[in-house]
Design a protein around this ligand. Structure first.
Ligand code: RAM
Length: 919
């Protein structure tokens, strides 16, 4: 062979290998564990699940197999995975794959990687190496003690004669003889805390550890503080306030639990350069004082900061604590489970600038033009001795004054007492407010107020947006914005009803109706999974679920439609994520709740107490509970929860139980029909309301023939209300579901686009920037609803979001977890276009449509490892165009039906551009 031929052969081989390389399947991306954690430290679960996404490429439609490896180090991972090698598993599962390796321990760090095979059995590259580190999983991992000062003894009184625990400042200095190479701080509080080491903040977490049923479980935080450690002397300092632990939660004295002095628990674990270990714990050796600058801090009432009490450098080595007291120390109790926090803490997420300022009676009002939740950051000139007063309001009264009646007894006012002439930069730490307006008084009046004196720091549980929804209609976009702000405002570590008045509690009914909508807007799986643990822990022995979780009302009472959160949310979360674990974790709770329903019934008719169709408009009886019969509501939810429990049993492969609950559901449905409906599908013996029909139809409680008649009766009721809704908390989320199922999308559009009371746009027309508690919380004409229970940030009616995304945007799961997706938008006037995007567990789905004269155009993206049914509305006598050409079935697209003014396609992952003629 001559040199030239050799050269040609070598060039050929190089080219072949290069082109093969080009075809290499891209590595899996976005590795997460359990409910979507990225690279957590202090992780809560020693038996995690693994998820990954397939990269978008022409070569990858689906996964046919995967391999996961896990090891104690990166080196081991690549040579000999010492914790787990799943081997090649033939499976299309790329989400929630259970770890099945060696048992993992507290503090353990695990490195892991995954690769997959595509539909043609071609293997991908290995993913990047990911990792997680476990927290302290058992109480026995703690050597530390609960410590604090006996603040209860100080007998300081708050605004309602409640006991106030002055915030405590706790510190400890220690010396290290060897340098640190790794440091972990494990910490929590009976109360809320902020921690610093050597003068530096450990994190920007807001009011950790958050709120759980403290008598059963307190969450712990883990921080990597390696970079904060010094050679030689070190100091740790913790600020501690009562938070949710010992305050006046609940609007009546009988609910308060304000006598227990707050405490902290912390354990700093150090690995030294020479390999040795050292542990610094909270114990009797710590010192504390209540003579620090935060004089008072209360969730409802606000914070008082007195700069005269400042303790410069108190978290550094230079501070002298000889005048501080010795703390009290208490051994940890076995009855309270200490568990790593299982969802993200509250964080400062958005900074809102002031848009407008006005002067009023010597004060200045700052308008952020958005109702929000969090704290103000004030940068204000003050003079020594001044008391700066910071007040809040969600809205102004017509005369420009502050509307604060709806805060009820929550004083919601912060104070800053100035020690020097200066421009301060300050924000309260252990309280939060719900507001759009901030009023300042008591500043240096020689200075001219300016907008930058106040910034709104929006705080909420640290999740990211997961879905987007935008249309050609401004008011609908405003409604979407109001829904998202309702979510931001009421996901403050737990789901709350409202964020501003003397309540802010984890109302179960509100969570039940809004949960599904929240799952579209944000990655809140962790948030719900975590709160459901609190719900389980709060369930009464008789299976009852309290009104609020954590159960600060502690009155043993239940309500139908509220307690059903225990069944509905696990099911909805499962259906959106496809993760069976949420069902496994909650199955026992569901069964116990259904049993409680059963015990509250006679002959399958419920007599359970209920808040009923809470805040229904125009109640004939004038009651907040509306007109729909409580027994009817209770029986409907009894049947529905039994049915969802049956479905859960089926998913979990518990077929005997499935049969039991199916039978129960049928029995209850039959009793419901006999008791509340006549033979013409009309409500009998109890008030005939929109909600009674909605419950019967949504929960499938009538025989088939009667459904049609019941629907006709529902339509009559709606027509009699001048085509307006008459639904409260329970009925509203079912309106869209039922009208849609029965082919009444036009009517649903009508209700959604109604401008007059009661409707969603009514509040928008009155200037709402969040969802209100009442359909008529305020009107430009009549002012505020005279009832004091009048929150302007209450997410329940935002439950319409679910339908907006699924049917206006057009994205819904057809199978659990969006393994099979349905893209079926309903384009109707007055909309000209709508666009939705959602990050499913498999990747991003897009559905974006527009109407141009009579041409309908749809752009959609379907992620790898899923399939989708696409329903395109249009005149089926004319052609459906795909990428501008007449559609032809191929391996990616199959036209499976053409009827009823629509085309139905079955498609593989990819991007599709479709076009039809409407007539
Ligand atoms: C009020 C709130 C809350 C509701 C209960 C029944 O406290 O409006 O949202 O769930 O009542």
């Amino acid at each position: 062979m001559n040199i030239r031929n050799l050269f040609i052969i070598i060039s050929f081989l190089v080219l072949v290998s290069l082109s093969c390389k080009g075809q290499q399947i891209l590595k899996p991306e976005e590795l997460t564990i359990s409910e979507g954690f990225k690279i957590p430290i202090g992780f809560y679960n020693a038996k995690p699940t693994f998820s990954w996404k397939l990269a978008i490429s022409k070569e990858v439609k689906s996964q046919s197999a995967y391999q996961i490896v896990a090891a104690t180090s990166v080196e081991q991972l690549q040579t000999n995975p010492d914790l787990w090698d799943s081997q090649k598993q033939k499976s299309n599962q790329s989400t929630w794959v259970s770890y099945q390796g060696k048992a993992l321990q507290s503090r353990q760090k695990v490195y892991w990687q995954v690769r997959y095979w595509n539909q043609n059995d071609k293997v991908s590259n290995w993913s990047e190496v990911s990792n997680f580190e476990l927290g302290l999983l058992n109480n026995s991992d703690w050597q530390a003690k609960w410590i604090g000062l006996p603040t209860n003894d100080e007998k300081v009184k708050g605004s309602q004669d409640n006991i106030i625990h002055r915030p405590q400042y706790l510190r400890k200095g220690f010396e290290l003889s060897v340098d640190v190479i790794s440091a972990r701080l494990y910490i929590t509080a009976k109360g809320v805390f902020d921690v610093a080491i050597n003068g530096k903040n450990v994190s920007n977490d807001v009011m950790p550890p958050g709120w759980t049923p403290y008598k059963k479980r307190i969450e712990t935080l883990t921080y990597d503080v390696t970079n904060l450690m010094l050679s030689g002397k070190n100091t740790i300092g913790v600020e501690l306030a009562s938070g949710w632990y010992s305050g006046r939660l609940g609007w009546m004295k009988s609910f308060w639990n304000d006598t227990e002095s707050p405490k902290i628990l912390c354990q700093l674990e150090l690995t030294m350069k020479d390999g040795s270990k050292k542990v610094i714990v909270s114990d009797e050796s710590w010192k504390g004082t209540t003579s620090g600058p935060i004089r008072v801090s209360e969730i409802y009432d606000g914070e008082i900061y007195d700069a005269n009490y400042e303790l410069p450098n108190w978290t550094t080595n230079t501070f002298n604590d000889k005048n501080w007291k010795n703390v009290q120390a208490f051994t940890i109790e076995n009855s309270i489970q200490l568990e790593p926090k299982r969802h993200h803490t509250v964080k400062p997420k958005i900074a809102l600038e002031t848009k407008e300022i006005t002067k009023k009676d010597g004060a200045v009002i700052f308008d952020l033009k958005q109702n929000m939740v969090g704290v103000p950051l004030v940068k204000v000139p003050v003079k020594k001795g001044d008391t700066l007063r910071v007040r809040f309001a969600e809205m102004l009264s017509p005369d420009g004054s502050f509307y604060t009646e709806n805060y009820r007894t929550a004083v919601s006012t912060d104070y800053y007492i100035a020690a020097r002439n200066e421009t301060i930069e300050w924000q309260p730490k252990f309280t939060f407010h719900g507001f759009r307006y901030v009023e300042l008084s008591g500043f240096d009046t020689t200075k001219v107020p300016s907008k930058n004196w106040v910034t709104g720091i929006v705080q909420y549980s640290d999740f990211e947006q997961n879905g987007t929804f935008i249309t050609s209609n401004e008011k609908l976009n405003q409604l979407q914005s109001n829904i998202v702000w309702g979510l931001r405002g009421n996901f403050f570590d737990v789901p709350t009803d409202c964020p501003q008045r003397d309540e802010r509690l984890g109302w179960t009914g509100d969570a039940q109706v809004f949960g599904p909508t929240s799952l579209f807007n944000a990655d809140v799986y962790q948030f719900w999974a975590s709160w459901l643990q609190s719900v389980r822990e709060s369930q009464y022995k008789n299976g009852g679920i309290p009104f609020v979780v954590p159960d600060v009302l502690n009155n043993g009472k239940v309500s139908s439609g509220w307690g059903d959160v225990s069944v509905i949310i696990p099911w909805k979360v499962y259906f959106r994520t496809g993760d069976k674990r949420i069902l496994e974790e909650n199955f026992e709770m569901m069964k116990a709740w259904v049993k409680h329903h059963q015990e509250s019934s006679k002959k399958y008719i419920s007599h359970m107490n209920s808040f009923a169709d809470w805040l229904q408009p125009y109640p004939e009886n004038g009651d907040n509970k509306g007109d729909t019969s409580q027994d009817l509501i209770g029986t409907a939810f009894f049947a529905h929860s039994a049915k969802l429990t049956a479905k859960t049993a089926e998913v979990l492969g518990k077929y005997e139980e499935q049969a039991i609950y199916e039978k129960l559901y049928k029995k209850v449905a039959e009793a419901f029909d006999n008791q509340f409906f006549d033979k013409n599908g009309k409500v009998k013996d109890v008030p005939e309301t929109q909600t009674s029909y909605l419950l019967a139809l949504a929960f499938d409680l009538l025989p088939k023939e009667k459904r049609v008649e019941a629907k006709a009766n529902l339509l009559k009721k709606i027509a009699a209300a001048d085509n307006h809704l008459r639904t409260g908390f329970l009925g509203t989320p079912l309106l869209s579901e039922v009208l849609d199922e029965f082919g009444e999308v036009d009517l649903m559009y009508k209700l959604l686009f109604n401008e007059t009371y009661p409707s969603w746009f009514y509040s928008i027309n009155q200037g709402a920037t969040t969802i209100w508690e009442r359909w008529n919380s305020y009107s430009k004409k009549e002012g505020f609803n005279p009832q004091k229970m009048n929150s302007l940030n209450h997410y329940a009616y935002g439950a319409i979001g679910e339908w907006m995304y699924e049917r206006i945007g057009g994205i819904a799961p057809l199978e659990a977890g969006y393994k099979k997706i349905i893209i079926a938008p309903e384009p109707k006037a007055p909309l000209k276009s709508a666009s939705a995007a959602y990050n499913t567990p498999y990747g991003k789905v897009v559905s974006s449509w527009e109407m141009e004269k009579n041409t309908f155009k749809l752009e959609t993206t379907i992620p790898p490892n899923t399939t989708a049914a696409i329903i395109v509305p249009g005149d089926t006598k004319q052609d459906l165009l795909f990428d501008g050409k007449k559609i032809k079935s191929n391996s990616n697209v199959k036209l499976i039906r053409k009827e009823n003014h629509s085309f139905e396609l079955l498609v593989q992952p990819g991007r599709y551009s479709l076009q039809s003629k409407m007539n």
